[in-house]
Design a protein around this ligand. Structure first.
Ligand code: ADP
Ligand code: MG
Length: 283
């Protein structure tokens, strides 16, 4: 991706030691299917602070998406309290939640969920309409968000004219456009090849490092979780593990070691002859 211009970089939203961006107290979620009740979350307590980068892991069915949907105000817990950016949102109606979501949450999906007959720019603008941003301001914000993910040059492309990785970057720009308190992503690399997955982790790491964005992603791939700062593991609706990532990977350093792909997704072999690469290092 293109480097984020210095001028576009923002300070962290809250200094270290501030209030949590997210605080969950004993959250449960039970899906009532009539005959059976599915206990998808069984008492989750958790705090995520501004500037954190959290990977949520666990087997299929362990409750990761249920948690993300609650964090993202797409669904409500059965019991428990959820503070988002200091506000208790547990008792809000669906309509109120939608308002909170549009101002405080950026959500990225595994399937990108872009509108196909709509340009990258218009896709990114959409949440600004729901948030009531003035007409003149919308395009400016959408272009700035595309620039943050290195896609300023692709504003007028349609999703079908973009690679999977570029489509996911448009989806990340769309998630950023209302300047959320936290960026949530449910399996954001689940549909991408391994190199493109690292490119997406590079974007998340740079947003987190350079702009202080708080990030939480779901992944079931341990090597993707290595790019986060903290890992949570879910099993059967409970949080079993909460650890700091050791030997964290930095995508910017990993990318040059991976084979590049051409436009058809075929590996490109680097050009320098072996005798030059292995020869003595003169200057
Ligand atoms: P994960 O994302 O970790 O794979 P989910 O949060 O999607 O897990 O699911 C947790 C449990 O809740 C699973 O047993 C799943 O079948 C169940 N579940 C998820 N969504 C619903 C729903 N809308 N209705 C009923 N059961 C659901
Ligand atoms: Mg899931």
């Amino acid at each position: 991706m293109a480097e984020t211009p210095r001028s576009a970089q923002l300070p962290a939203k809250t200094p270290a030691g501030g209030a949590p961006a997210i605080k969950l107290e004993n959250i449960t979620k039970t899906y009532d299917l009539g005959e059976v009740q599915v206990h998808a979350l069984r008492g989750i307590s958790l705090e995520i602070y501004p500037g954190e980068f959290v990977a949520i892991m666990g087997a299929s069915g362990s409750g990761k998406s249920t948690l993300m949907n609650i964090l993202g105000c797409l669904d409500k817990p059965t019991r428990g309290t959820y503070f988002l950016d200091g506000q208790d949102v547990s008792g809000l109606s669906k309509k109120e939640l939608a308002g909170v979501r549009s101002h405080k949450i950026g959500f990225v999906f595994q399937q990108f969920n872009l509108l196909s007959r709509t340009s990258a720019l218009e896709n990114v603008e959409l949440p600004t309409i729901y948030a009531g941003v003035r007409l003149q301001e919308r395009e400016r914000r959408a272009r700035a968000a595309l620039a943050r993910v290195g896609l300023a040059e692709r504003a007028l492309h349609f999703p079908s004219q973009l690679s999977g990785g570029q489509q996911q970057r448009v989806a990340i720009a769309r998630a950023l456009v209302n300047d959320p308190a936290i960026l949530l992503a449910d399996e954001p690399t689940g549909n991408l090849d391994s190199r493109t997955s690292v490119e997406i982790m590079d974007i998340f790491q740079k947003l987190n490092r350079d702009q202080g964005l708080t990030v939480a992603i779901v992944t079931h791939e341990p090597d993707i979780a290595q790019y986060a700062k903290r890992a949570l593991e879910f099993r059967d609706g409970k949080m079993r593990l909460d650890v700091a990532i050791q030997n964290r990977l930095i995508a910017e350093q990993v990318l040059p070691t991976l084979p590049a792909l051409d436009e058809d997704g075929i590996e490109v072999v680097a050009g320098s002859p072996p005798d030059l690469a292995s020869g003595p290092q003169g200057s």
